[in-house]
Design a protein around this ligand. Structure first.
Ligand SMILES: Nc1ncnc2c1ncn2[C@@H]1O[C@H](COP(=O)(O)OP(=O)(O)OP(=O)(O)O)[C@@H](O)[C@H]1O
Ligand SMILES: [Mg+2]
Length: 280
């Protein structure tokens, strides 16, 4: 394996806010990693919606139907525990999740875990095993509210809220388990050029919050129709111009640049070295 970095790196995409762009971002990160020939295993923890697993199934069908060679990760969707008591269910989740990670670590460079838009025990276990945690947030104070309470007049951060506290707990669990550190990245998603004032305010709040909560805040993706259109075909913008027959527009070029910038800013182990290898 030419890009093997040593230890398997676990990327978790999470946010308790539904619809913030977790699965879409996850899919673009997965295909970016596969493009550089990393071995990627995917765990979709949203066993109800299975959006990410379905996105990848669509990719397989589309590739088969059109005779395309598209990169494909291996995908796992752990079933929810059905034991009688809450304690038994938690125990079941812990045992099966640990066994799955153990198994995948033997044959993957990266494991990407997509979490549901709500709290669950499995999601907490995933957060506590993350090396990199990516939280997409939309440009709205409704999304920011899950990270911190903001003063309505001054827009100053008053206190941490639900999701930040959950990540705080996950960091403690992770530190006790193996002294590991979670690199938490908050990425803005669906930013629009139309609402400059709101955009600036969200930027200011996230800038002040990043010091307080210890995350890195990065720009992420703009609002683009194309992100919504790709799901049925299972394609990503990373595929454009390679195997697929999709035509590139200016908006697609800009979107591809956003994805490349995101990948660079994640600071994943071996990523820059892989760029050099790919260029050779
Ligand atoms: N940058 C973007 N521009 C336009 N549409 C987007 C963008 N990112 C995501 N979307 C759309 O927003 C919707 C929600 O995205 P997605 O399913 O990725 O969110 P999610 O956080 O995984 O949701 P859930 O919490 O339900 O799992 C989808 O219809 C998706 O196509
Ligand atoms: Mg999702």
């Amino acid at each position: 394996m030419k890009n093997k970095t040593g230890k398997t790196h676990i990327i978790v995409v999470g946010n308790e806010k539904g619809g913030s762009g977790k699965s879409t971002s996850a899919m673009h990160i997965i295909i970016s990693l596969l493009e550089r020939e990393y071995r990627v295993a995917v765990i979709d923890l949203d066993s109800r919606q299975k959006s990410l697993a379905r996105y990848i199934e669509n990719r397989k069908s589309y590739a088969d139907q059109h005779n395309l060679k598209l990169t494909m990760p291996e995908v796992h969707v752990p079933e929810r525990a059905k034991d009688d008591t809450m304690e038994a269910m938690k125990h079941h989740d812990e045992v099966t999740f640990a066994a799955l990670l153990d198994d995948l670590q033997n044959r993957s460079d990266y494991i990407l875990i997509d979490c549901p838009g709500s709290d669950s025990h499995l999601s907490r276990l995933a957060h506590a095993s993350a090396d990199t945690l990516i939280t997409p947030v939309n440009d709205s104070f409704v999304d920011i509210d899950l990270l911190a309470r903001v003063n309505p007049d001054s827009y100053k951060v008053e206190k941490l809220s639900l999701y930040s506290e959950m990540v705080w707990e996950a960091r403690k669990v992770r530190a006790m388990k193996d002294r590991g550190v979670i690199d938490w990245i908050v990425m803005r998603n669906r930013t629009s050029a139309l609402d400059a004032r709101n955009k600036r305010r969200v930027h200011e709040v996230l800038t002040s919050l990043q010091k307080r909560v210890a995350f890195r805040y990065i720009p992420g993706f703009g609002e683009r129709v194309i992100y919504r259109e790709l799901f049925p075909k299972g394609l990503t913008l990373v595929d454009f111009g390679t195997g697929s027959s999709e035509k590139m527009t200016m908006s697609h070029v800009a979107a591809r640049q956003e994805i490349r910038r995101l990948m660079d800013e994640l600071h994943l182990p071996g990523w820059n070295r892989a760029a050099v290898v790919a260029a050779e």
